[in-house]
Every structure is written in C-alpha cells, then in structure tokens.
Design a protein around this ligand. Structure first.
Ligand SMILES: C[S@@+](CC[C@H](N)C(=O)[O-])C[C@H]1O[C@@H](n2cnc3c(N)ncnc32)[C@H](O)[C@@H]1O
Length: 292
C-alpha cells in the first residue's frame, strides 16, 4: 500500500474531510440542477463502469463517492429487484439529492450511506461488484480507499473506477482552472494533491489497484462530451457545480472574479462552434480489476 506524500501527511485528515464535506455539500444543489446537462455527456462512462465491473441481475453492488447517485442508479437498473446497491458518500447533501433521483426513477433497491471512504468498514467479501466515478482522485489517501473496496468484494468480483485524464485532454474542467491561475498568478497544485487531475497519468490508477491486490488490471480511455448552448450557460454550470472552481472564486473580490471569467471566455474560444455553443471532448480513464 502506498502512503500519502509528506505534504499530505502535514494535512490534518479530520480537517481535510470537514472541508471536503462542506465544499461538496455547497455544490450539491448545482449537481442536482445541472444533472441532465452533465449526464448527457457522462452517462456513457456509467455504462462502461457497470459493464467492466460485471454488474449482473441480482448482484449486490458498492458505489463509492456516489454524489447524486451515479453510477449507483445505472447499476440499480441492471441488478433489478433481486439485487441491491449501497451508495456511499461523504456529503449528506449530495446523498439527499441522490435519493431524490433514485425515487424519481422508481428505484427502491439503493441504500444510501453517509461515510468517509477512508473509514469504509464493510463486511469482508460481501459485494459482487464495486464502482466509483470521479471519486478516488479526490481522496487524501486513495490507496487506503481502494484497499477498503478490495476487502469488501468477494473473490471473483470486479471493481471499476474512473478518473479524469491529463488536463490538456479534459478542457471543460482544466481550462477554467488554468485561466483562473493565470489571472491570479497562482502555481498549479502539486501533482499528488487530492483534486480532479491527481491520478490523471495513464496507468496511475491501475498501479493503486495492483498495490491493493487487484489482478488482471486493465484500462480504457472514454471520451466524455460536455456541451453548452452558450458561454453564459457554461459559466453558470461551472459556478454552480465545480467545487474546486467555486472555492477558488470564493476567495476573490468581484473585480478579480470578472477578470477570471473574461480569461475563461478567452481561453475557451477554441471550443466555440459557429452557432456559439461550447463543445468540449474530454478524456477519462476507466480502470478495472479482479479481486482474486
Ligand atoms: C466529482 S463528485 C462525483 C460524484 C459521482 N460519483 C458522479 O460521478 O457524478 C465527487 C464526490 O466524492 C465525494 N467525496 C469526496 N471525498 C470523499 C470521501 N472521503 N469519502 C466519500 N466521498 C467523498 C464528494 O462528496 C462528491 O459527491
């Protein structure tokens, strides 16, 4: 098992999780509101994760860092009434909106659990499959989280997880952060700091799987299209839904904030179609492995 870097050891884990919980809870209503726009581009990744983790009818599935319940909802439809999904997240607000989505979809086979994934202490070998979309890279100690998931799976079960690819391949998220840093003269965060682009290198998440004991580890690249009708719509989306961007903007006065948005608009010009829509093709890694 790898250990957190020296930098991360200096972080107080309790404080870090509190900040994370508050940050994600502050964008939960944004995730709920923008769900359709987001999922139009991202649902293909849910399908890959559910397929790669071999979710079947009747299975018991674990979803870690489920947010507003994906891939939990996709998995719950596959397992059907004889199966079940345990959807876990640190943020009660995210889980509340996740439960609303499950209710709206008429699904009664998802159980929601508020828990820090580092403390996930589930019955050993009690799940037939596990999934996690865009969660592992946010953890203070991702190796510990992957090990917790490994322990909860029965031998022969698969875990499939996704993380973003390198910043230059995921422009809908990386471009505004780069623009903000350039206006504010900020350095990029250390490569191993928890955040959307940690584990973005090809093979990085695979290594965590292998270190936790998963076998037959493999990955594929999945393109996630994020399209917006206008820059204004994109601006609204980012401000409502990106916890890292929202946190960055919260530190600024209104003049600095406007300068950041102008720079985001300038740097996203290359993604603008003739009709004014913004079209971003983004790369995510989907990684899976077998609990032997
Ligand atoms: C980018 S969102 C992804 C949510 C969902 N899986 C999706 O793809 O739509 C990341 C989620 O990770 C959760 N999270 C962050 N740190 C966590 C932790 N230590 N334990 C459990 N969940 C955590 C956040 O609350 C948030 O809901």
């Amino acid at each position: 098992m790898t250990t957190p870097s020296d930098d991360q050891q200096a972080i107080d884990p309790g404080e870090f999780q509190e900040t994370q919980r508050a940050a994600w809870s502050s964008v939960a209503s944004g995730w709920s509101e923008w769900w359709d726009t987001f999922e139009r581009g991202a649902s293909n990744l849910n399908e890959r994760l559910v397929e790669r983790s071999r979710v079947r009818a009747g299975a018991r599935v674990l979803d870690v860092a489920t947010g507003v319940a994906e891939p939990a909802v996709t998995a719950a439809k596959v397992v059907g009434p004889t199966g079940s999904v345990l959807a876990c997240d640190l943020s009660p607000e995210m889980l509340r909106f996740g439960k609303e989505r499950a209710d709206q979809a008429g699904l009664s086979n998802i159980e929601f659990l508020e828990v820090d994934a580092h403390e996930l202490d589930l019955e050993e070998a009690s799940f037939d499959a596990a999934v996690s979309r865009w969660g592992v890279m946010l953890m203070l100690d991702p190796a510990r989280v992957v090990a917790n998931i490994h322990r909860a799976l029965r031998p022969g079960a698969y875990f499939a997880a996704s993380v973003w690819g390198a910043p230059q391949t995921a422009p809908f998220l990386a471009t505004p952060m780069r623009a903000a840093r350039s206006v504010l003269n900020l350095d990029p965060p250390p490569a191993d700091a928890p955040g959307p682009f940690r584990l973005c290198a090809e093979g990085a998440l695979d290594k965590l799987f292998e270190d936790a004991g998963f076998r037959e580890v493999a990955h594929e690249s999945v393109t996630v299209h994020m399209n917006f009708n206008s820059f204004d719509e994109y601006r609204q989306f980012l401000g409502d839904l990106s916890s890292s961007f929202k946190r960055m903007l919260a530190e600024l006065d209104s003049d600095q904030r406007e300068r950041v948005w102008k720079e985001v608009e300038r740097q996203t010009l290359e993604y603008r179609a003739d009709d004014g829509r913004l079209l971003f093709a983004n790369q995510a890694w989907c990684v899976w492995g077998l609990r032997a």
